[in-house]
Design a protein around this ligand. Structure first.
Ligand SMILES: Cc1cc2nc3c(=O)[nH]c(=O)nc-3n(C[C@H](O)[C@H](O)[C@H](O)COP(=O)(O)OP(=O)(O)OC[C@H]3O[C@@H](n4cnc5c(N)ncnc54)[C@H](O)[C@@H]3O)c2cc1C
Length: 402
């Protein structure tokens, strides 16, 4: 490599999303020098992930990062019939002997990023996070890897980790592609300060809802974060994405969710395509993938970011030894630990959640709801189900891989 290297670190992380920042923080705590290169000028604050699952909160707390004060402690979540309000309510208190956080924390993902960045800036001078530093290319040789930035500067590391999200440039550089499927529907996210919980009886902070209302498609979800609610809506048949994002369309759908005299104040609106995709290989030589760069899934169940944070903890255990000269079998173990969980647990669960909520047949819906209610009412089945949906079982499975 004949790059003009301006800086050398043990590890270069491309992307200061939540996964890249958590990884950099963990590596910094282990005494490695880390450079994080981020394209944007600051942490992105758009509303994406809003749910933190128990084992993620346990892991973060173990390294001094607590988000609980910044979010909503949400012990229940539910699957609900819109017209009747009948719901299967899953109470996570039953996980009290399995986790220090027997609830979902409803909290915007940028709060994790900001908290971790503040912890880095306050206590880890060996970690440098450079914003406004888009990476244009990455290369590797036998001894390390280099990120070349768009400004012509290059940073070299003994290892380089691509935490650069679903459109990862690092992934492409190691010849990997996200294979799988893209779902036909576009998700329209709309946030409002209107308090649905005060208006609709027995709502949880996380609600997956079946509906037959003509102004809505078969399903929507209502998720609460501090001070606001996020509705996930879908375009009606024949409605373009642009039309579905219009004030008139969102207003019509919000009125269908809960009719009121006043129009809804919509604070943020955004359209998302939803994918279920994963790479074959999580690393090549000295370049590794972590988080959305390696796997993307439907937001249903709130597992994408949580899975990425679990990747980061798994990889952070190995990089100090790798930097010190350990062989590639450690990265092979990372691959064996994390890829099957992403594929068999996270992607499959998210896919099943999505499919269940897209059911339109009233008889099938009734049967599904009755079955979910039966699970929620049976402590043994409830616990088993919640260990899976809360990602505790997946993380334990990953940790048990030799
Ligand atoms: C609507 C929606 C709802 C969701 N809800 C949940 C949820 O409730 N729970 C959950 O667990 N997950 C959820 N997710 C998924 C979650 O948002 C992602 O899994 C998470 O953002 C992945 O984090 P990341 O750090 O891997 O990637 P990203 O957050 O995408 O961060 C990647 C970073 O890399 C930077 N970057 C990219 N390319 C370059 C480059 N060439 N040079 C420098 N920097 C670069 C980007 O600017 C970005 O800052 C949701 C996603 C969506 C869209």
């Amino acid at each position: 490599m004949s790059e003009a290297v301006v800086k050398t670190s043990d590890v270069v992380v491309v992307g200061a999303g939540p996964v890249g920042l958590v990884l950099a923080y963990l590596l910094g705590r282990r005494g490695l020098s880390v450079t994080v290169l981020e394209r944007n000028e600051a942490i992105v604050t758009e509303l994406r992930a809003s749910t933190f699952h128990p084992p993620t909160l346990d892991l973060l707390e173990g390294v001094g990062i607590s988000l609980v004060e910044q979010g909503l402690v949400s012990p229940t979540w539910q699957v609900r019939d819109h017209a009747s309000g009948d719901a299967a309510v899953f109470d996570m208190a039953i996980l009290g002997d399995e986790t220090g956080h027997p609830y979902r924390l409803q909290c915007e993902q940028h709060k994790l990023s900001h908290t971790v960045l503040a912890a880095i800036e306050a206590g880890l001078p060996n970690v440098e996070v450079l914003f406004d530093k888009p990476v244009a290319a990455v290369f590797q040789d036998a001894n390390g890897a280099v990120a070349r930035c768009e400004d012509g500067e290059s940073v070299r590391g003994t290892y380089l980790v691509g935490c650069d999200g679903a459109r990862s440039l690092v992934r492409a550089a190691i010849g990997q592609t996200l294979t799988g499927k893209t779902y036909p529907e576009t998700m329209i996210l709309a946030t409002t300060r209107f308090d649905f919980a005060a208006a609709m009886p027995n709502l949880s902070n996380v609600n997956y809802v079946w509906t037959s209302h003509p102004d809505l498609t078969e399903t929507f979800s209502l998720l609460r974060v501090p001070g606001r609610w996020r509705a996930s809506l879908y375009p009606l048949p024949g409605e373009s994405e642009e039309e579905a994002l219009s004030t008139a369309s969102i207003e019509r759908k919000m009125q269908a969710v809960f009719p009121r005299d006043e129009p809804y104040e919509v604070l943020e609106r955004r359209a998302y395509r939803i994918h279920q995709r994963i790479v074959e290989r999580y690393y090549e030589g000295r370049i590794v993938l972590c988080g959305d760069s390696a796997h993307v899934n439907s937001p249903s169940g709130g597992m994408g970011l949580n899975g990425g944070v679990h990747d980061a903890f798994c990889l952070a255990e190995k990089l100090p030894d790798l930097v010190a000269g350990a062989g590639p079998e450690l990265l092979e173990r990372y691959q064996r630990q994390r890829r099957p969980i992403a594929e068999e647990q996270i992607l499959k669960q998210a896919d099943a959640n999505r499919a269940r909520m897209r059911e339109t047949d009233p008889t099938r819906r009734r049967a599904l709801l009755d079955e979910l209610k039966a699970i929620a009412a049976d402590p043994r089945r409830l616990k088993e189900r919640l260990l899976t949906t809360s990602m505790i079982a997946g993380l334990r499975q990953s940790n048990a891989v030799a």
